[in-house]
Design a protein around this ligand. Structure first.
Ligand SMILES: C[S@@+](CC[C@H](N)C(=O)[O-])C[C@H]1O[C@@H](n2cnc3c(N)ncnc32)[C@H](O)[C@@H]1O
Length: 305
């Protein structure tokens, strides 16, 4: 069943048309061993426009309130934390006693921006744990490195690519123990992702497949690492003329995705929001979305039973 009625864009995140071509040209102009870093820096710059626009509309504050009001939430793993707007909103609402917010992201540039936003000094080794080698095919083989992870504290930021095997991170999470919440707020990835071995081997050729693959990994992780009664909170952007129908599709999609996992849906919400109109933002777009369609952020709240 298709997840949302959006035609998938190429694994790029910048929609179709001229901007798509411009983005790819900039990434491909980079020498091969700089290409991923260039794409990550571009993504961080673009997403900053989105996140600031969403923050000004109160979306992060709303999402944090939805999660924190659902039950006892102190220990949160925020996957794909981006530039920390979500962590900031959570930190505002979660009382300091027992608070543990872990933000992980595959993009060191996003993490560095998150560290600045949160007023944290983070060891560069923890922001840049993912290395690569270029295979004879030209594909990038990514690998998680770095054995010494920080002691988890109030807020901890870490470079983790959830699509890579990362035994050190898994052992670190084992030591931390059960979590109250796992969040995945909005999905997206930089423009060189299609050139990685993991995207090619798993036939992840567009944004939607990348999102679904990450969601499946996150659902699995949530089933294993949430305490009983803990929450999984996934937020997805959608666009269309009938937002109630989209919300229902989104709920049905996740009902299927949670099947065989110890997670039950608590609720599915949709909130209207606007995308930034100007600049380099990563805009929800697709050939099948009619002009004038509204955009909404759909949130799934599920409970570990
Ligand atoms: C659309 S941004 C959302 C950022 C943040 N959650 C927010 O709401 O502002 C998606 C983030 O997920 C990260 N990401 C994508 N795939 C990932 C993966 N496999 N592992 C970890 N992070 C990933 C990207 O680098 C990006 O920062």
């Amino acid at each position: 069943m298709p997840r949302l009625p959006l035609a998938p864009n190429d694994l790029c995140g910048c929609g179709n048309g001229k901007r798509y071509a411009d983005c790819h040209m900039r990434v491909h102009a980079a020498v091969p061993d700089q290409r991923i870093a260039v794409a990550q820096a571009m993504y961080a710059e673009e997403w900053a426009s989105n996140a600031e626009h969403y923050r000004q509309q109160g979306i992060y504050a709303d999402l944090a309130a939805e999660l924190v009001s659902a039950g006892r939430v102190r220990r949160v793993l925020d996957i794909g934390c981006g530039q920390g707007e979500g962590i900031c909103a959570l930190r505002e609402l979660i009382p300091p006693k027992g608070r543990l917010i872990i933000g992980v992201d595959e993009n060191p540039e996003c993490l560095a921006a998150a560290a600045a936003r949160l007023g944290m000094n983070v060891d560069d080794a923890h922001l840049r744990r993912t290395t690569f080698e270029i295979l004879p095919s030209g594909a990038y083989r990514l690998r998680a490195t770095g054995d010494n992870l920080p002691t988890a504290k109030d807020v901890t930021l870490l470079n983790v690519d959830l699509m890579l095997k990362d035994k050190v991170f898994e052992a670190w999470l084992d030591d931390i123990g059960p979590l109250d919440a796992v969040t995945l707020w909005f999905s997206g990835i930089h423009k060189a992702r299609a050139e990685t071995e993991l995207a090619q081997a798993n036939k992840i050729s567009n944004d939607r497949l990348h999102r679904e693959c990450l969601e499946d990994i996150v659902i699995q992780l949530a089933g294993q690492r949430l305490r009983q009664g803990g929450f999984l909170h996934i937020v997805v952007r959608g666009a269309g003329t009938d937002l109630e129908a989209l919300r229902n599709d989104f709920g049905a999609e996740f009902y299927n995705a949670l099947d065989a996992h110890p997670l039950e849906i608590v609720n599915v919400n949709g909130r209207r929001y606007t995308e930034p109109e100007a600049g380099n933002a990563v805009v929800v777009t697709s050939k099948t979305v009619p002009t004038g369609a509204a955009t909404a952020a759909f949130s799934l709240l599920a409970r570990r039973y």
